[in-house]
Design a protein around this ligand. Structure first.
Ligand code: ACM
Ligand code: ZN
Length: 775
């Protein structure tokens, strides 16, 4: 797939991680760059230098643990094997001290650096850990390197810091269900999240598309429920053994990150139901979902065996996760099966439940009691408010802030993670025309950063103390590789980290944007494939620009970065021509353009063909009828080349392009949907002379016998192959190819079949209308 190719290209850039060999004082190491920004920081004269004879002074067990952890990290990048002394050292030392009289909370610390001594004090080991993370961020970014970096002065400025977090809960949710995340990658994320003082890892372990945690009493959950055969025909699988879960939990704990399991109920349960069909209302034999979206088959709320099953699962899961929170999902549970199920309806009558929402509430409240018997606190998505909130539930507000406001108003704890306010990190963070395909949305770093988890309404009600914190969510539908997952997470999770830690008054986006440059080098050291803003064309990026007289290409980036380019076909480097004003072309050319970070790291190259054309003449056609001719053949085609040998075409005519994809009914679950390929052809009437940009999620669009849009092998969503052509007013041949299939979890059948056009110089695409079509 082309998407995957782009990814590999992006990943390859990591090899040039700038953390490995800087030779001079790099611009990103200037100033104070700590993320999240501390509560208070005063910079004093002078600096403290870490040398090979610097010692840790650590006399308590907590302090020794922290000193050992960081001595090892510091040794990796500096080569210095710093001694840890139990005896007080007052010069050339980093002193780690537990001090219960300190006026900070349990996660807080103070850090005093003079030219002789750095003294970090906290009430807890966790506070010392965070103090040391701040110390590391005061050192050059290369301190995060996993190999020795020479030629660096390991100095930090003399500072006086007093710091503690704004919120106790600062989280990230990862979804290994739609696409799996191997243990090694989870650990890599935990290493990095700890740098930025994230302290909660919400692990979404079960879904319609896959069950990812071993349950010994129910082996089929992983034997059957962890596997699916995707639309491409390949098996997709993966799960964590209980031993691996323990390993991750222990690894997180060393980094002061609590792990919260999520076992979804009563919906998002198709993988479990596929393994144990008796858990659903109808008991049909099903298989894990291979497309995105929400499954209608959910756990039956009428059967006692559903609750027995969940009690058993929970009793195994609680033993693996020592933290107090347990997430039960609760979101997006369709009620259609319950409405028709005699057992669910009987349960409702017996318990005097007015509707299926109250049945959901009954379900969740039963589970709450199970969790309470294990000493666990239940968290659920905000749908658990429907039909009555379970008495002790913590609500995770994702559909905006309303659920969180409602729950906090009723004195329930709340975690804010609203998708509409920048907390869904699976959204686009740049132009969808050139970014790898994502679920949708548009969440720039600045949008994430500007979120305040305490709504004014709650301040007004005096209930802001019920907001326990904030979380960034990364759903993995479109994260076909872990590189892509990192591309989504970073750097936006750093904004979430600062929201969670820094007081509102201390936040400053411009300053954060500056500090990001330093943080990105740290991410390089960890081999993180973070997002780099690409040069984008206002009004929609496009890689094939036709023109007749002159083309003017303008570029912008989603945050300020240097942009370089070439027009001689060579790969742009950090020293190529710098883009400053729109580029003008009078002749055909190949423009190669990319962004360069202060570290020297570059974005992928965008190659833009700029082509001088004469208006393609309109066709002289005697008489035409409205619509297009269409031919259809049944079968499952992943590529248009497979149509070449087909002989059994059924011919018809259509009035509108949407008919190309509605030859057969499309069931929401895509089960038993009859797949086919269709080719529509005829003429499109172009209203006036000009250059036209075409966009479509169909397989192919041909104009005047030339393949203009080729989405072959792609996820057929958010067209990334727009193209342009100069056309004279009048009729032009058009051919549109539709293949009904599922690539990357997206059924092409879910598209509208349209071909959209806009004239160069205008902003808005309009679908080609029936009035423009003829044959
Ligand atoms: C969710 O995004 N369904 C919680
Ligand atoms: Zn039922």
């Amino acid at each position: 797939m082309k998407t995957l190719f782009l990814l590999c290209a992006t990943a390859a850039l990591c090899l040039f991680a700038s953390c490995e060999s800087p030779t001079k004082q790099m611009p990103y190491n200037q100033g104070i760059n700590v993320i999240p920004k501390p509560l208070s920081l005063v910079q004093n004269e002078g600096s403290f230098k870490v040398t090979k004879s610097t010692k840790f002074y650590a006399s308590t067990p907590e302090a020794k643990t922290i000193a050992t952890f960081f001595a090892s990290k510091i040794e990796s990048s500096t080569g210095y094997d710093l001694a840890i002394s139990e005896e007080e050292v007052s010069s050339n030392a980093i002193a780690l001290l537990i001090d219960n009289s300190l006026e900070v909370n349990d996660e807080g610390y103070t850090l005093d650096a003079t030219d002789k001594l750095v003294s970090i004090k906290a009430k807890t080991a966790k506070g010392l850990f965070y103090g040391m993370q701040t110390l590391m961020q005061l050192l050059p970014a290369e301190i995060e390197s996993t190999t020795v970096v020479n030629g660096i002065a390991w100095t930090l400025p003399c500072v006086t810091i007093k710091d503690e977090p704004r919120f106790a809960y600062r989280g990230i949710m990862l979804d290994p269900c739609r696409h799996f995340i191997p243990v090694e990658n989870i650990k890599k994320q935990l290493d990095v999240l700890a740098l930025f003082k994230i302290n909660q890892f919400h692990w979404h372990l079960t879904e319609d598309q896959g069950w990812r945690i071993e349950i010994k009493k129910y082996p089929k959950l992983t034997e059957i429920g962890s596997k699916r055969v995707d639309g491409e025909g390949t098996e997709y699988s993966g799960f964590y053994t209980q031993e691996q879960i323990k390993e991750v939990v222990a690894y997180a704990s060393e980094r002061f990150i609590n792990v919260i399991p999520e076992i979804e109920l009563p919906g998002h349960a198709l993988a479990a139901i596929s393994a144990y069909p008796e858990l659903s209302c109808k008991g049909d034999s099903l298989s894990p979902r291979i497309i995105w979206g929400v499954e209608e088959d959910v756990y039956c709320a009428g059967k006692e065996e559903t609750f027995k099953f969940l009690e058993d699962v929970i009793s195994e899961v609680v033993t693996l996760f020592p933290g107090e929170y347990f997430h039960i999902g609760g979101d997006e549970c369709p009620k259609v099966r319950w409405e028709k199920c005699p057992l669910c309806q009987k349960r409702m009558r017996e318990n005097k439940l007015k509707n299926e929402h109250e049945l959901q509430s009954y379900f969740v409240q039963r589970i709450e009691k199970v969790l309470a018997s294990h000493g666990k606190k239940m968290i659920g998505w905000d749908e658990i408010l429907e039909g009555g909130l379970a008495p002790s539930a913590t609500v995770m507000s994702w559909r905006g802030e309303d659920g969180g406001i409602a729950a906090a108003s009723m004195d329930h704890d709340v975690i804010m993670t609203p998708g509409s306010n920048g907390m869904y990190l699976d959204h686009y963070q740049g132009d969808s025309k050139i970014e790898p395909v994502a679920i949708g949305g548009y969440t720039l770093l600045e949008k994430t950063y500007s979120y305040n988890p305490v709504p004014d309404t709650l301040v007004g009600l005096g209930k802001s103390n019920f907001v326990k914190g904030v979380q960034g969510n990364i759903w993995s539908e479109y994260m076909y590789t872990t590189d892509l997952m990192e591309y989504r997470i970073y750097p936006r999770i750093l904004a979430v980290a600062e929201i969670g830690w820094t007081p509102l008054e201390g936040k400053d986006y411009k300053d954060f944007e500056r500090r990001i440059d330093n943080a990105l080098v740290r991410l390089d050291c960890h081999g993180i494939n973070y997002h780099i803003p690409q040069p984008e064309q206002p009004g929609g990026s496009i890689n094939f620009v036709a023109f007749t007289d002159k083309a003017t290409l303008e570029f912008k980036t989603t945050r300020p970065v240097k942009v370089v380019y070439t027009t001689d076909g060579s790969e742009p480097t950090a020293t190529s021509a710098v883009y400053s004003t729109p580029l003008e072309f009078n002749e055909s050319a190949t423009l190669k353009i990319r962004s360069v970070l202060p570290s020297g790291k570059m974005s992928p190259v965008r190659t833009i063909t700029v082509e001088k054309q004469t208006l393609a003449p309109a066709k002289e056609v005697a008489a035409t009828k409205p619509g297009l001719k269409m031919k259809v053949t049944y079968g499952y085609f992943l590529e248009s080349s497979k149509l070449e040998g087909v002989t059994d075409w059924k011919e018809s005519t259509i009035k509108d392009l949407f008919e190309i994809r509605s030859v057969e009914k499309t069931d929401e679950s895509m089960r038993n949907v009859k797949q086919y390929a269709a080719v529509a052809s005829g003429y499109v009437n172009i209203p006036e002379d000009g250059v036209y940009i075409f966009s479509s999620d169909n397989e192919e669009v041909w104009i005047d016998g030339k393949l203009l849009i080729n989405n072959g092998g792609e996820v057929k969503r958010f067209s990334r192959h727009d193209s342009s052509v100069a056309l004279a007013k009048g009729l032009h041949e058009i051919k549109v190819v539709f293949l009904g299939h599922i690539i990357g979890g997206w059924p092409s059948n879910w598209n509208d079949g349209s071909v959209k056009i806009r004239k160069a110089g205008t902003e808005k695409f309009e679908a080609i209308t029936p009035a423009m079509l003829s044959y």
